[in-house]
Design a protein around this ligand. Structure first.
Ligand SMILES: [Zn+2]
Length: 336
């Protein structure tokens, strides 16, 4: 018996185990596509994804064989999101469910555990090697969930999706694996772009100040010191003391730009700018970064590659590095 909720907290995993034990005796392995009854399988597999970054992997790997429904759209904060009645209905109706894991979708755990009794529910981060995960001191015993900010680390999730889809739908396994290779090659190119552009920021300006601690992996991968006003989750309020500390940093290190995030209120960042100004140091808002949600569906920034291209390009340019205004592929929107 395989429990695929490894990334939830130990307590939740225990609960999951207990609920699985209660049906012990029968074979609780998730059914393959062919076992689903009703004879011929028709139409694409219905996959559910919690956040856009996960949905994007499933779309790229699944191709024509998979229809993806994404629960959280642009601008939605996954730390705080609770599944609505409609979401639960949608999730129940899907064939297979993918989520980020590492407690990102902290308030959806109950729903995911419930659904996992009847269908495959997969944390895409489950196979990332522990050595690639960050375990911040103030997040007691848990990993930092924002792995998509390191493109190379995130690309480990692609094979998890390909393997899960292949297990569920063995007939199209070769398509899933070749789609996965294509997508990973695109991600490798994006990672190189990140290294190149962010690597061009002058040494003394390599400080990234944002709304919350979503960019630790970004900082590790691309060589920036990262400071978030709020902690790892947006749940806790930022204290005045933290604001003052960051104003000191901005003034002392002459940081020229700070960044807001699309899924977090910009109030704290505005306080930083005002705080620095009251001490005669001019800081600009270098733009809005996509931290925990991608851009609007149907736009380039509404894809994972577009999201990271946007972040890399804005940060590089805002902090004095070199990157083309329209990004890696000339596709970025000009209204940022
Ligand atoms: Zn976050």
């Amino acid at each position: 018996m395989k429990i695929r909720l490894l990334s939830l907290s130990p307590l939740l995993s225990l609960l999951a185990m207990l609920s699985l034990l209660s049906v012990a005796g029968c074979n609780s392995r998730a059914p393959e596509r062919a076992d689903r009854g009703g004879g011929e399988s028709t139409g694409p597999i219905s996959a559910i994804a919690t956040v856009g970054m996960v949905g994007d992997i499933v779309k790229n790997v699944g191709g024509e064989h998979v229809a993806v429904t994404q629960i959280m759209g642009a601008g939605v904060d996954p730390h705080l999101y609770k599944a609505t009645r409609d979401d639960v209905q949608t999730i129940m109706q899907g064939d297979i469910v993918f989520y980020a894991g590492l407690m990102l979708e902290g308030k959806m755990a109950d729903t995911l555990i419930k659904v996992a009794r009847n269908k495959p529910v997969i944390a895409v981060t489950e196979q990332i090697d522990e050595s690639q995960l960050l375990e911040p001191e103030d997040f007691a015993g848990h990993y930092d969930p924002h792995v998509w900010m390191d493109v190379a680390a995130w690309s480990n999730c692609v094979d998890v999706v390909a393997n899960s889809l292949s297990e569920f739908d063995p007939d199209h396994a070769s398509d899933y694996s070749s789609n996965a290779e294509t997508y990973k090659a695109q991600l490798a190119e994006l990672h190189q772009y990140g290294l190149r552009s962010l690597g061009s920021i002058p040494e003394e300006s390599r400080i990234l100040v944002t709304s919350h601690d979503a960019f630790n992996y970004f900082g590790r991968a691309y060589g920036l010191e990262v400071q978030g006003v709020q902690g790892l989750s947006t749940e806790s309020e930022a204290g005045l003391q933290r604001i003052n500390e960051l104003v000191d940093l901005l003034v002392n290190k002459k940081v020229s730009a700070v960044f807001v995030e699309s899924s977090v209120s910009r109030k704290n960042i505005d306080s930083l700018v005002e705080g620095a100004r009251s001490r005669q140091h001019e800081v600009v808002v270098g733009g809005e970064l996509f931290s925990d949600a991608m851009g609007r569906a149907g736009t380039y920034e509404g894809t994972y590659i577009g999201m990271l291209d946007h972040n890399i390009t804005l940060v590089a340019r805002g902090l004095g590095g070199e990157a083309p205004e329209l990004g890696m592929q000339g596709k970025l929107s000009t209204e940022h």
